[in-house]
Design a protein around this ligand. Sequence first.
Ligand SMILES: [Zn+2]
Length: 75
Amino acid sequence: MTVAIRTRPGGERTDSHNASVNKELAEAGLCGMTHLATGRVCVRPARHSGSCDFRTREEAERLLARRESAAASTR
Ligand SMILES: [Zn+2]
């Protein structure tokens, strides 16, 4: 039996460009684009349409925690 194994060196996203992306947010399925000048991160879904919605790190972390607790309660 043949199983296709896709190797991703370092677990990097294949769609990542030169832009800085917050890994934590990206792994949670969010855009995670980081605005370098302010250090704010985009909390919209990955590959969203339109422009990024940059929030502070605290806000992003709170949002992440809320997502995780919501996902846990639905299962
Ligand atoms: Zn974005």
